[in-house]
Design a protein around this ligand. Structure first.
Ligand code: SAH
Ligand code: SF4
Length: 359
């Protein structure tokens, strides 16, 4: 099953309640109660209705009887020596979800790396989440609640101010819930992030990219490319067979025009597979003339991985070739590798040390 359960067992989570329903529930209350409730839910540190002291006690109890405050239960958190934290959650029906909080370059701020699905069905051959397979899509509320979990519990010096869909799952394979979550993340009356501080990273589903272009929001788009030719790309990203590079580049160009944003191309460097100088030239040729940025990701290993990371000097050489051909290119700084919290390492404990998948 890939869809979320129609009715999660028990009370529905409050962040998933549509505004008209909420207005109905609060219809006997003064109009300012909605603002008080929303401020507490999205901006403050309360972790249960009981802690919203601006609301009268009977209302707090009535809300608690009807709704869950948080849709996810935190099972445990691991801390990396570089300040990254990874939390394993369980949904109400037991699906595992991992979310990462990373320090940002800007002092005092953090980025939340959100999951859009429990597991992933895309099967990329270099990704631990891909090796797990898909358990199910997350709801919009389960996505937003990952962000809120950290916002409610973070000290002022670690305030989350950026969200990237780079955790588990393929966001554009769960388009409706991801759009709902993004709208809540950028709604000034809700989470209130700047759209530019929300990044959707996709394996490259053209239809989803076209849909995003219609959102009318200047959110950042990152496309996972990994190869500039169809044969190698299909080997690394099996779904690419259905979406050849020309249709992907067409969708990307359209997004650049519609959102007036530079697109980021992510390229995970795999030793001896996609890191040769000729492959850097091929990439420069493919992206010529685009408003884009290339983010090179050093490969992060995991139990059973069949690739090795490109040596550092070769990573720099690859980057320099792209720059010499007029592209903006940077190497992503790796965070949280010691707690399996880096890109492509999230597997919610589902991979056995020999690389098999735990039942
Ligand atoms: N499904 C989306 C977002 C999640 S993956 C996507 O594929 O874009 C986030 C990024 O991590 C992607 O660019 C992905 O290609 C990259 N990635 C996956 N496995 C990796 C690994 N083992 N090492 C380094 N990067 C990896
Ligand atoms: Fe899924 Fe992205 Fe991993 Fe591919 S790289 S398996 S799309 S999470």
């Amino acid at each position: 099953m890939s869809g979320p359960p129609d009715a999660a067992p028990g009370r529905p989570p409050i962040t998933g309640v549509p505004a008209p329903t909420l207005c109905q529930v609060l219809s006997t209350q003064p109009p300012y109660r909605i603002d008080q409730l929303q401020r507490a839910l999205y901006r403050e540190s309360a972790t249960e209705f009981e802690q919203i002291l601006t609301l009268p006690t009977p209302l707090r109890s009535a809300l608690a009887q009807r709704f869950r405050y948080e849709s996810l239960d935190a099972v445990h958190t691991e801390r990396s020596s570089d300040g990254t934290r990874k939390t394993l959650f369980r949904t109400a029906d037991g699906a595992p979800v991992e979310t990462v909080q990373m320090p940002t370059e800007r002092a005092g701020a953090t980025t939340i790396c959100l999951s859009s699905q429990a597991g992933c069905g895309m099967g990329c051959t270099f990704c631990a989440t891909g090796a797990m397979g898909l358990t199910r899509n997350l709801t919009g509320s389960e996505i937003v609640d990952q962000f809120l979990h950290f916002r409610r519990r973070s000290d002022a010096d670690r305030t989350p101010d950026r969200a990237v869909f780079m955790g588990m799952g393929e966001p554009l394979a769960n388009l409706q819930a991801v759009e709902a979550a993004v709208r809540t993340l950028v709604d000034p009356a809700a989470v209130g992030l700047s759209p530019r501080r929300v990044t959707v990273s996709t394996v490259g589903l053209p239809r989803g990219i076209h849909a995003m272009a219609g959102w009318g929001l200047p959110v950042s788009l990152a496309i996972s490319l990994h190869a500039a030719d169809n044969d190698l790309r299909t080997h690394l990203v099996p779904v690419a067979r259905r979406f050849p590079l020309d249709s992907l580049m067409e969708a990307s160009r359209r997004y650049q025009r519609r959102a007036r944003r530079r697109v980021t191309y992510e390229y995970t460097l795999l030793d001896g597979v996609n890191d040769a100088p000729a492959q850097a030239l091929g990439l420069a040729r493919l992206l010529r003339g685009q408003r884009c940025h290339v983010n090179l990701i050093p490969f992060n290993a995991y139990p059973g991985a069949r690739y090795r990371p490109t040596p550092r000097a070769a990573v720099r050489a690859f980057r320099d070739t792209l720059r010499e051909h007029g592209l903006r290119a940077t190497v992503r700084r790796t965070r949280g590798r010691d707690i399996s919290g880096a890109c492509g390492q999230l597997h919610a404990g589902a991979l056995a040390p020999d690389g098999g998948v735990r039942g």
